[in-house]
Design a protein around this ligand. Structure first.
Ligand SMILES: Cc1ncc(COP(=O)(O)O)c(C=O)c1O
Length: 503
């Protein structure tokens, strides 16, 4: 059989493939060679360009597509490096068998219809997904806890970030250890001892991304599925989700004006771990009294039980004499203290910390190692610089004054406009307060009505797990200012008070 001449070979080249590129000189979209590469690869994978098919020369393709030859060359080089084509002088560019063999894996329009829309999850996966979806829905409805990033010294942060990125060398680029950066662990230990009366040294600090991650890890290493954990009722829904996702049976313990009813907790004999917010009960706002603190520590010590202390917003304390952290009173190594930078600095930071009893440090770091490894060394080093440079202390002074004036405005305006239709819960700390409704006002409607004023309102009922739900509003003012607060309170007043007659 006669071998085909070069001319014959060229004449068998396919016509220019159906590649369409989008020129957007004014937009950063995908570069042209990436678009060409991607589309040719899809044509090969989809079987439109079969094994052995010959592609036009780069020059011909460039002409047909109205692109530069360099663009086509770049796309072809990539396809060749991936093994989709071979290019030989004299025989042109040919789709390889390897490329053709990949065709069955290509996704076609018909395939898309057969891709299942549901997946069979494990029991744990089903539970976690269900809890997570409920949490996503919560996020959509409210974003309680968001802080006002406008006051944050972004310029200082940016300078420190770029200095670290530039001069930090390998230490900020390579992997970090799961315990956290030494300088940050030390700064955290100093901070919690000075500001919160905790008792620890840096070796007890483990840096994590968030309170949520701390709860997830703690629940995994301390509880077996089916074991009982307790939390306050009403309480922090995300903590409930983390405990339940670990397979714990969550018991809900009522609170009163002294905080968690420890006697009620002690009656639930199967509880092995209690999650509490002693400094600022979430969401109602009271402080766990000293006798209750001592009783709680006693409960843990005598039954080999654990306490997770979530100290999420104590930095924003407006009254003079804060009660020290529960952790500082713990003589038996039963308290896992969790603090977060995401609330006091900015939500997107994703850095928080655990102060652990010595026996839990290694297991916690090991658990971290097998989940997501470690927190960003770059951000950890910038935060350590920010703390060491005194910027945090300066920012906190100014932020506290701002939030205090928001709190004062909110309390005064509610008192003046909503009158005896409501009572206001304790509000010495934090970025939210609870308004108890004495009318039949629609909580959900008020929550919707607050949107756009910087205030975030969420129905108090969402924070209850049980049947009995007090009626009220959780009002977060972290993203507001006194003027927007005044407007919101005035605008919502008729909805709060009008329904008084129906109460
Ligand atoms: C009770 C409570 N704990 C912790 C946090 C902070 O959580 P994270 O560090 O997971 O962002 C919040 C935030 O709003 C909170 O309300």
């Amino acid at each position: 059989m006669a071998t085909p001449s070069r001319k014959d070979k060229r004449s068998r080249a396919t016509a220019a493939p159906a590649v369409r590129v989008v020129h957007r000189p004014d937009s950063p979209g995908s570069p042209l060679h990436v678009q060409v590469h991607r589309q040719l690869r899809e044509l090969i994978l989809g079987g439109a360009l079969r094994t052995g098919a010959r592609l036009p020369s780069a020059r011909a393709l460039a002409r047909d597509l109205g692109l530069s030859r360099n663009t086509i060359e770049a796309a072809m080089s990539q396809l060749r490096a991936e093994g989709f084509i071979t290019r030989r002088v004299g025989s042109g560019t040919v789709v390889t068998a390897a490329g053709g063999d990949a065709a069955p894996f290509a996704r076609t329009a018909a395939d898309t219809r057969t891709v299942p829309t549901t997946a069979r999850l494990s029991r744990r996966g089903t539970l976690t997904a269900r809890l997570g979806i409920a949490e996503l829905e919560e996020d959509r409805l409210s974003s309680a806890g968001a802080t006002d990033v406008r006051g944050f010294p972004s310029e200082t942060w940016r300078r420190m970030l770029s200095r670290r990125a530039r001069d930090g060398g390998a230490s900020v680029l390579r992997s970090a250890n799961p315990f956290g950066l030494e300088a940050l662990r030390e700064a955290v230990a100093d901070h919690v001892q000075l500001a919160r009366g905790a008792r620890c040294d840096a070796s007890q600090v483990v840096i994590v991304n968030s309170t949520q991650q701390a709860l997830d890890l703690a629940a995994r290493i301390l509880l077996d599925p089916g074991e009982h954990a307790a939390m306050e009722e009403p309480g922090y829904p995300s903590a409930r989700a983390a405990l339940a996702a670990a397979g714990a049976v969550v018991q809900h313990i009522p609170v009163d004006e002294e905080g968690l009813q420890v006697a009620a907790l002690a009656r639930r004999s199967r509880v092995r771990l209690a999650y509490v917010t002693p400094s600022h009960q979430y969401p109602l706002g009271m402080t766990l009294s000293l006798p209750r603190r001592l009783a709680l520590l006693q409960w843990a010590a005598e039954g080999d039980r654990w306490i997770i202390e979530d100290d999420y917003d104590s930095e924003f304390r407006y009254a003079r004499h804060p009660l020290a952290a529960l952790q500082g009173l713990d003589r038996h190594g039963r308290v896992l203290y969790v603090g977060t930078w995401n609330k006091v600095l900015f939500t997107g930071l994703r850095l928080a910390y655990l102060i652990l009893p010595p026996a839990l440090v290694e297991p916690m770091a090991a658990a971290r190692r097998v989940t997501d490894g470690f927190s960003s060394p770059l951000l950890q080093s910038v935060l350590a610089d920010f703390l060491a440079g005194g910027h945090f202390a300066a920012y906190l002074r100014q932020a506290r004054a701002h939030y205090e004036s928001c709190r004062d405005t909110l309390v005064a305006e509610i008192g003046a406009r909503w009158g005896d239709a409501v009572t206001i819960g304790p509000c010495d700390t934090g970025l939210h307060l609870v308004v108890h409704l004495r009318t039949a006002a629609d909580e959900a409607r008020l929550a919707r009505g607050a949107k756009g004023h910087g205030l975030v309102i969420s129905p108090l009922s969402r924070h209850y797990a049980g049947e009995h739900k007090a009626r009220g509003l959780l009002v977060s003012y972290g993203g507001a200012n006194p003027a927007s607060i005044r407007r919101a309170v005035v605008e919502l007043a008729p909805h709060v008070t009008r329904s008084r007659a129906r109460a």
